[in-house]
Design a protein around this ligand. Sequence first.
Ligand code: CTP
Ligand code: CA
Length: 240
Amino acid sequence: VPVAREQGPLAGRTVLVTAGGTREAIDPVRYLGNRSSGKMGFAISAAAADLGAKVTLVTTATPPADVASRVDVVTVEGARAMREKVLEAEPDLLVMAAAVADFRPSEVATSKIKKTHGSGDDSAPVITLVRNPDILAEAVAQRDAKADSEARRRVIVGFAAETGDADGDVLFHARAKLARKGCDVLVANEVGDGVTFGQDESTAHLLRADSDEVVTVGPAPKSHIAAAVVDLAASIFTTQ
Ligand code: CTP
Ligand code: CA
């Protein structure tokens, strides 16, 4: 049963959740995108609202009405717009559930690219990509650059969709990513064979920077995994 906003363990806390896959513009009508549905970010937003937080959802995808009615929804398209919203907010809890494109087209055509471009040129256009900013890493750096006690109390959660490979299993890659990103918690989803993207059930491993312990949740509905993630973040606030 959701408790009143004034009461839950996240009452008085600001939470920013990113959701969905970024859309990187090619021209006014086309973009490069990915298959992220936004469902995990929506579930995290709802779980944080359940615990009394003031939630901002920065999303590329449209949340269901029951989520939209309880959080502030900010719609963005590309990674750079998402970055701006995240860095200006400086929330108590940041959860980067969005699938941020690692690259974007180096240039956005100002008018629609035609099949025949130039004067009778029927060759295929070449789209050159450049690296997008790493929003999660920048948010961590922004917080850590501030020495004040309020900044030090902020909690940052990253997500990772991982498969095992010749170098190591899912947890090996997740531990390495947690260290690389510098966030406090990493939620590692096992992917491959059509699992996770767009599905309602998944398995997640919750890793903490300050402990070798791993909590595995699932296979379970995303709402259940979201509640576990938000509970863990709330417990970090309580114990610090
Ligand atoms: N992320 C981000 N900005 C990016 C890319 C990723 O903020 N440009 C965030 C994602 O929202 C997620 C976390 O970083 O919370 C991990 O994303 P992932 O794609 O797994 O990490 P990468 O560092 O991009 O590594 P990889 O080469 O595995 O894609
Ligand atoms: Ca990536």
